[in-house]
Design a protein around this ligand. Structure first.
Ligand code: PLP
Length: 389
């Protein structure tokens, strides 16, 4: 009899991957499935980035690299942070890892243990809660409210901090809501955090480049008051349509860099070498394809939000960033999971139930609009017909 560790029972999953698998099965059976479930750009990685990776392979970059990443890549990240966030960061504080997810895994494992409390957004990216529970820590949800366009209330978050709180996780622009927290709320939160110096902050800014209506991205990195305990998570996946390349980075506070590097050595040694060279080219090369992707997402955002608001029983706030719409579906009288199933099985439209992002996601459903306008319109038509039956 195999005896697994008890913590394996506490590790959750990301339902979006299950929806993707079911959608693919249905497609193989000949069904026409429109995928508004998976959270990845539908664009290809810009050509010059692909070229750089193939060149790196041809040039013989086939071996291990330093665990936190090759220095020119960490320097390129630092230059990008200086350019976009106006903050000078020592490249020694940057640790490159195989995807944004790895930074959250490391940060949560570093702070999580029985007795510790970790605050995380709910509804939010499901891996936060899953890994907090895996670590043995208590997962304390910070509610993101529809009436606040899915921002948190800084005073309410500060009130949840106790002497056992070790880590506060923030995510803006957010998955699954598309919510972008306004500067005033972040200012208030940071001012309050000054009174809680024992709390580290993990700011997941993986959607930092995908903002709309001229909204500037507010980075936690630009607050020197918390620089000694801020872990900034970002990466290439969403910005450069590189989800399958598996690379992300974090800026760690000086005191945590050694621990993060030790975790990397134990876990994966390093990110594959060719991808790291591609990452330099992404940051230093032309950014016009990033701009056109964001313009395309913006156009689709308008189509999907207007369309969802016309569906009976749906009401949808306008998301400020990322590529998700998160309509309230309470008035359909269906629960989120039943509606997700019905949309996939009967209308051939893949979406993800709000409850996949935490219990506060009940009454909502996530649509990823990383798909063509034509497909979004077809999906909306199919849902309208289904709901009319
Ligand atoms: N953080 C958030 C909020 C995400 O939505 C995702 C991916 O969906 C990630 C992190 C993980 O990104 P990566 O694919 O780089 O691991």
């Amino acid at each position: 009899m195999l005896r697994l560790s008890e913590k394996m029972n506490r590790l959750g999953t990301e339902t979006a991957f299950e929806v993707l698998a079911r959608a693919e099965t249905l497609a193989r059976e000949g069904r026409d499935i429109i995928n508004l479930g998976i959270g990845q750009p539908d664009f290809k990685t810009p050509g010059h980035i692909v070229e750089e990776a193939t060149k790196a392979l041809r040039d013989g970059h086939h071996g291990y690299t330093p665990s936190p990443g090759i220095l020119p890549l960490r320097e390129a990240v630092a230059a990008d942070l200086q350019l976009r966030r106006g903050v000078e960061v020592n490249p020694e504080r940057i640790v490159v890892v195989p995807g944004g997810k790895v930074t959250m895994f490391f940060a949560i494992l570093m702070f999580g243990e029985p007795g510790a409390e970790i605050l995380y957004p709910n509804p939010g990216f499901p891996i936060y809660e899953s890994v907090i529970q895996f670590s043995g820590a208590t997962a304390v949800p910070t509610p993101l409210l529809e009436k606040r366009d899915f921002s948190f209330d800084a005073d309410a978050v500060l009130d949840q901090i106790t002497s056992n709180t070790r880590l506060l996780i923030l995510n803006s622009p957010a998955n699954p809501t598309g919510g972008a927290v306004p500067r005033a709320e972040i200012d208030k939160l940071v001012a309050g955090l000054v009174d809680h110096p024992h709390v580290a902050v993990l700011s997941d800014e993986i959607y930092s480049r995908i903002s709309y209506d001229g909204r500037e991205h507010v980075s936690l990195l630009s607050y020197p008051e918390i620089a000694d305990r801020l872990i900034l998570l970002d990466g290439w996946s969403k910005t450069y349509a590189m989800t399958g390349w598996r690379m992300g980075y974090a800026v760690w506070p000086e005191v945590l860099v050694e621990g993060a590097t030790r975790l990397a050595v134990n876990c994966h040694s390093c990110v594959n070498a060719a991808t790291q060279y591609a990452g330099i080219s992404a940051l230093e090369g032309p950014q016009d394809e990033v701009a056109s992707m964001v313009t395309a997402f913006d156009q689709r955002r308008e189509v999907i939000v207007n369309g969802l608001n016309r569906l009976p029983g749906f009401r949808c706030r306008t998301p400020g960033g990322a590529f998700y719409a998160f309509p309230n579906i309470e008035e359909t009288t269906l629960d989120a999971r039943s509606l997700q199933k019905m949309l996939l099985e009967e209308a051939g439209v893949a979406t993800v139930a709000g409850t996949s992002f935490g219990h506060l996601g009940e009454g909502f459903i996530r649509f990823s609009y990383a798909n063509s306008i034509e497909n979004i319109e077809r999906a909306l038509d199919r849902i309208a017909s289904l709901l009319a039956d």
